[in-house]
Design a protein around this ligand. Structure first.
Ligand SMILES: Cc1ncc(COP(=O)(O)O)c(C=O)c1O
Length: 573
């Protein structure tokens, strides 16, 4: 008898076709914690390992050509190896990589930034975005003599001690291992888009700065309502508070002059990185001379020792980054760069939403400017199968969660299709083409179809429902993970009078468990047990013992599986 070919799951196919990456990950894990050098590259079952890149594409160790939507974590708006940037770096290499002294390259670079960013009067260079936000907050504190920094739920400002609070849901969780409470206590977190909350907090009089991503958290993952930036500008001016726009991503991407140019609101300080250094390491803080001058040495008695903000940094404005950054920014000064990228991203958002609508699965693809975010398993009130900027009626926690447990299968599925997403979404460059967009949308459509076939949407919906129930009732505490029987007991208490509900729940769980069990043997066992359970009738009638034990055991197993598969977005880039 001819056997039908066995259809591989997304995961099985990935493991088979990306074996070189798996091997590389094994090697990496031995010497690098977790095998990755940026949290955003965490991927189950393992991340892809790349050997070279050109334009909008890159190639992995197994020889796959991938359309790249990470584009240097957003820094390569011109694509990989832009010929003019590469030539400038090469020329600079010949002239030296570090002078331990000032050089004309840093002046030209600062002049270029000032010419493009509307609120930039002076510029100080750093080595990264994390250093830029750290420096900006310190400048604000020094300039105002106040301590508190106001930030918003889900906004990402790098990994310094003042930036990490409430970056990920749950936003009210105060656990940030390794960060002193004393540092966290100086940061006040507010929900975005709530002008009244900002007004009330600023009125307390202790706030040095308000910092935010002017796109909304994580490059428009949690979008801002129109008018929020203008309201912040007004309130901060009224209360003498420094307004910091973190434009590490939006700078030179949302417009040649960044989000502040696109939205017509000027902050006091702007933090920059990524595109500013043309794809090499580097960052900057730019802003009003009055605030920036706290960095300058002065002849006033006591100023340098007690008032000046110190700022060393071995690689600040290093000649290579200065060369790459200056050439890159000159090219980005032409608004055609951003317009082209915006149009390509809109094509991806609209194309993917059309696929979602056609297949009738829950999901949205949204964003603004030249980025797109995919949130499979999430629905919104204003979804119409086309481009989408602001998903209405979805809370910030859900949006920041992206595709939740579906992120892994989506990213892995897209890699099989020859597409490398970034943080479950992506950013465009001028090197991308319409063909790349088309291939991405077609690949997305197939991946979503496979995920549907594998029952992943159903499972995700069930999980989301269970989480929502948990939140509503407050009876299933997170501690159930430690004591699955407690979860069963709590569930039973809640649904004790609805025996059908309990049975449905158990039957559903068992069906999924059976589906997931790797070996035929285990599947047979699960089915047998499910059969026994069906024969025995309602769960409530079981006198305690085997069925309950079985469910508890399977719930523990399932929990472990979920834990393994769940991938929280870093949100950052
Ligand atoms: C808005 C924002 N701020 C700060 C940072 C931190 O920048 P870096 O990774 O260069 O430290 C990032 C990084 O993605 C970012 O997206």
């Amino acid at each position: 008898m001819v056997q039908a070919p066995v259809k591989m799951t997304i995961r099985q196919e990935y493991e088979e076709r990306f074996a070189g990456s798996l091997a590389m990950n094994g090697r990496a894990r031995a010497v690098i914690p977790g095998g990755i050098t940026h949290d955003g590259r965490h991927l189950k079952p393992f991340p892809v390992s790349v050997t070279r890149a050109a334009g909008a594409h890159k190639w992995d160790v197994d020889g796959h050509e991938l359309i790249d939507f990470a584009v240097g974590h957003g820094s390569l708006i011109l694509g990989h190896n832009d010929p003019e940037v590469t030539a400038a770096v090469r020329a600079q290499l010949e002239r030296g990589t570090h002078y331990g002294a000032g050089h004309e390259g840093e002046i030209v670079w600062a002049e270029q930034i000032r010419a493009m960013i509307p609120s930039a009067e002076q510029v100080k260079f750093t080595a990264s975005g994390t250093e830029s936000t750290l420096l900006a907050m310190r400048l604000a504190r020094a300039a105002t003599g106040r301590t508190t920094i106001v930030k918003f739920e889900g906004h990402f400002h790098g990994w310094n001690d003042y930036a990490v609070k409430a970056e990920k849901p749950p936003f009210d969780r105060l656990v940030n291992p390794g960060v002193p409470d004393a540092a966290l206590e100086t940061v006040a977190v507010l929900p975005a888009n709530d002008v009244a909350a900002v007004e009330a907090r600023l009125a307390e009089g202790d706030v040095a700065a308000v910092i935010l991503e002017p796109s909304g958290a994580s490059w428009s993952m949690i979008p801002l309502v129109e008018g929020f930036l203008a309201a912040l500008r007004e309130l901060t001016a009224k209360h003498g508070v420094v307004l910091i726009f973190d434009e590490v991503i939006t700078g030179f991407r949302w417009a040649p002059g960044g989000a502040q140019a696109r939205f017509g609101v000027a902050p006091d300080l702007t933090t920059l990185a990524k595109i500013v250094a043309g794809g090499l390491p580097g960052g900057a803080v730019a802003g009003r001379t009055e605030v920036m001058q706290v960095l300058a040495f002065k002849d006033e008695p006591g100023w340098n020792a007690t008032k000046r903000v110190r700022h060393p940094g071995t690689f600040n404005a290093n000649p290579l980054s200065a060369a790459a950054g200056t050439v890159c920014l000159r090219k980005c000064a032409d608004a055609a760069v951003q317009e082209r990228c915006d149009a390509l991203a809109a094509g991806i958002r609209a194309g993917c939403n059309a696929a979602i609508a056609r297949r009738g699965v829950p999901g949205i693809v949204y964003g603004e400017s030249s980025v797109f975010h995919v949130a499979l398993g999430v629905t919104c009130g204003n979804f119409a199968g086309g481009d989408l900027r602001f998903p209405e009626g979805v809370d910030a926690t859900t949006l920041k969660g992206g595709s939740g447990a579906l992120t892994g299968p989506l990213q892995v599925g897209m890699l099989i299709e020859g597409v490398d997403l970034f943080s479950g979404g992506g950013m465009l460059s001028v090197a991308h083409t319409e063909e790349d967009v088309e291939r991405t949308v077609e690949g997305f459509d197939r991946v979503v179809g496979r995920m549907e076939e594998e029952g992943l949407f159903e499972r995700d919906a069930e999980e989301r429902r269970a989480n929502a129930d948990q939140k509503d009732s407050g009876s299933l505490e997170p501690s159930q993970n430690d004591d699955p029987l407690a979860a069963v007991r709590a569930f039973r208490e809640r649904f004790g009078s609805q025996i059908g509900g309990v049975d449905d729940f158990i039957a559903d769980k068992q069906a999924h468990i059976a589906q997931e069990l790797a070996s035929e043997e285990q599947r047979a066992e699960a089915e047998q047990r499910a059969a026994i359970h069906r024969v025995r009738g309602s769960f409530a009638d079981v006198p305690g013992g085997s069925v309950e034990d079985f469910i508890a055991e399977k719930q523990r197993e399932k929990q472990r599986e979920w834990e393994k598969e769940r991938r929280w977005e870093t949100g950052g880039a």
